[in-house]
Design a protein around this ligand. Structure first.
Ligand code: CA
Length: 227
């Protein structure tokens, strides 16, 4: 059964864009155009995840978030036009699990939704993620390329897992940063480049191991086969 998403967003254009896109991705989607209606819908038919706009008429998103959280553990992804770090903290304090700053790429929204579902339903059984001749064991945190085992540091593992769970999908630097490092790491940093370099060194030891983690200039990185 497809997961049911509740979108609470007063801007009709954005709400309908989200609804169409998410239905296309296979989710069931309900839409509320204000907070009170959203809370009622969440109570009457509990969603699996809520996408909640911050700026809503009447009851604002922060208050809706508090009330949703008081009533259930449903994952809440907040949409905000505010980039101020204090606002992000407020949202997280109010019980939001994640937030996305408008305008955002739809792919990033999808990635965050998937990430939230993974967090909520952590697979109790370790799994082996596979891409091309690369394998990543989520139990042992060890990778293998062909017959060769690769030991990873904690951060290398997290970064590689992110790529392996999003094959052939361009991951923006912001998304990678938020997923693998933290919101409050702060400042400009070449940490992503550094860790991608580590992963390449470990996964491309010989000629017979073509590059898998490719740079998408000006955007980020993608795990894909060599062209
Ligand atoms: Ca709004």
């Amino acid at each position: 059964m497809a997961e049911r998403l509740l979108v609470i967003e007063d801007e009709i254009r954005i709400a309908q864009f989200l609804q169409r896109g998410l239905i296309y991705e296979g989710y069931r989607v309900d839409v509320a155009y204000d907070g009170v209606t959203g809370l009622e819908m969440a109570r009457d038919q509990p969603p699996d995840l809520v996408i909640l706009d911050w700026m809503l008429p009447g009851l604002d998103g922060l208050e809706v978030c508090r009330r949703l959280r008081a009533a259930s553990d449903v994952p809440i992804l907040m949409l905000t036009a505010k980039e101020d770090i204090q606002d992000r903290v407020q949202g997280l304090d109010a019980g939001a699990d994640d937030y996305l700053v408008k305008p955002f790429a739809f792919d990033e929204l999808l990635a965050r939704i998937r990430a939230l579902f993974r967090r909520v339903q952590p697979s109790s059984l370790p799994e082996v993620l596979r891409f091309a001749d690369l394998e990543l064991d989520t139990g042992t945190h060890r990778a293998r390329r062909g017959e060769r085992y690769i030991d990873l540091t904690a951060k290398e593992y997290e970064l590689l897992e992110l790529f392996m769970r999003n094959p052939r999908r361009v991951l923006t630097r912001d998304l990678i940063f938020d997923r693998v490092w933290s919101y409050d790491f702060g400042g400009e940093s070449n940490i992503i480049e550094v860790y991608v370099r580590y992963l390449r060194q470990k996964t491309e030891e010989s000629e017979s191991e073509p590059r898998l983690i490719h740079t998408v200039r000006g955007v980020g990185y993608v795990l894909r086969e060599e062209e």
